[in-house]
Design a protein around this ligand. Structure first.
Ligand SMILES: C[S@@+](CC[C@H](N)C(=O)[O-])C[C@H]1O[C@@H](n2cnc3c(N)ncnc32)[C@H](O)[C@@H]1O
Length: 351
């Protein structure tokens, strides 16, 4: 990549946000070969002051080093509903009964993200009360921070786009693989001064995810029907293979389409199709936002073989740019944003 600073390296303070903290732009460079903009952000995930963060992260880093020294140590698996621990780093991570319930009952569904996105909750969606160990992990672990900071980037993009929205028509937002819809609902709550609150369509394959989303929607004071549509659909069958969802939601109808947390589960060809088809949902000027775990992130081994989150495909920035190029989307309207934790890259493309 040939990159040079747009002006000099810039530091700009953006608007503070009530739920999560500030977003600061630390580095902003344009790749002159492809026109893609690359941003490094400093994002306050709202729990940066946690007194247990430094100690927990030191322990995770030490276990990650152990895993790298022992490539033969295998990831935990769930067999017949039981967690089978296969290495000492997993034993450490799953010491708490709440963490074991989290893994067996909730991973890899949307419910597993909820305590990470809302570290203050008292119970897991599956019922277990959070103990001190699990609460610390949901608040302080690098992976937990990454899930929250990618959502803050979505909020910032939504605020940026809100300035260009027409006052006449009600904005329309779509969340693909919405899960419990926490990031998109927070993005909506973070916008001030809109003439009309966007109408939201939430699409997920999993009915449990959609019932969690329904709970979050109601908590936010929104009404199913007038404000929010819930669609239980398979993105592969109903968007990538045939245009059913495109017809149902409407080509060129959306101001914002976000699909955080799904690229990791798709192979490259499906990601390319998802980009292409989701982009068609947008009206001109609207934004598509996706994210992917980075292959050069810290503690990848801890994620894969201590936590053992199954079937994730991490990607490099270059691979993500290549997916956008293969989908035929405009590279000169593509921005890759990476918060300081370096766990995820958020890719947004403006139609
Ligand atoms: C990691 S969660 C992300 C949820 C949410 N976007 C977020 O960031 O909080 C992934 C979601 O993708 C959904 N999902 C997986 N495969 C899908 C498919 N083929 N069609 C629709 N949803 C799918 C899962 O049910 C799950 O809710």
């Amino acid at each position: 990549m040939t990159a040079r600073p747009a002006a000099a390296t810039t530091r700009v303070r953006l608007l503070p946000h009530q739920r999560s903290g500030r977003v600061e732009l630390a580095v902003d460079v344009v790749d002159h070969q492809h026109g893609v903009r690359h941003r490094r952000l400093v994002v306050d995930d709202a729990h940066a002051g946690s007194p247990t963060r430094t100690a927990l992260q030191a322990e995770f880093a030490a276990h990650d080093a152990l895993l790298r020294a022992h490539p033969e140590w295998e990831a935990p698996v769930v067999r017949n509903g039981e967690l089978v621990i296969q290495n000492p780093a997993s034993e450490y991570f799953y010491a708490s009964p709440t963490m074991r319930e989290w893994r067996t009952a909730l991973v890899p569904g949307a419910g597993a993200l909820l305590p990470v996105q809302r570290p203050g909750i008292s119970h897991l969606p599956s019922g277990a009360a959070l103990d001190q160990t699990s609460a610390t992990i949901y608040r302080d672990a690098l992976d937990s921070i990454g899930v929250r900071t990618r959502a803050v980037v979505l909020q910032e993009i939504a605020r940026r786009d809100a300035r260009t929205l027409s006052e006449a028509a009600r904005p329309r937002w779509v969340s693909l693989a919405s899960g419990a819809a926490v990031p998109v609902l927070d993005a909506m709550a973070g916008i001030e001064g809109l003439a009309q609150r966007p109408h939201l369509t939430l699409v997920d394959i999993d009915p449990h995810a959609l019932s969690l989303a329904e709970r979050m929607v109601v908590e936010q004071g929104l009404e199913l029907g007038p404000d929010v549509a819930l669609l239980q659909r398979d993105l592969v069958r109903d968007l990538l293979v045939r245009p059913a969802l495109l017809q149902e939601v409407g080509e060129g109808s959306a101001d914002l389409v976000e699909a955080l947390g799904i690229f990791e589960y798709f192979r490259d060809t499906s990601c390319v199709r998802l980009l292409r088809e989701a982009f068609r949902l947008l009206r001109p000027g609207g934004s598509l936002v996706v994210a992917n775990m980075l292959s050069d992130r810290r503690e990848l081994q801890f994620n894969q073989r201590a936590i053992g989150w199954p079937q994730l495909v991490p990607r490099s920035v270059e691979e993500l740019v290549d997916l956008v190029r293969r989908a035929g989307l405009p590279l000169d309207r593509t921005t890759i944003s990476i918060p300081q934790d370096g766990v995820y890259a958020v890719v947004d493309v403006v139609r």
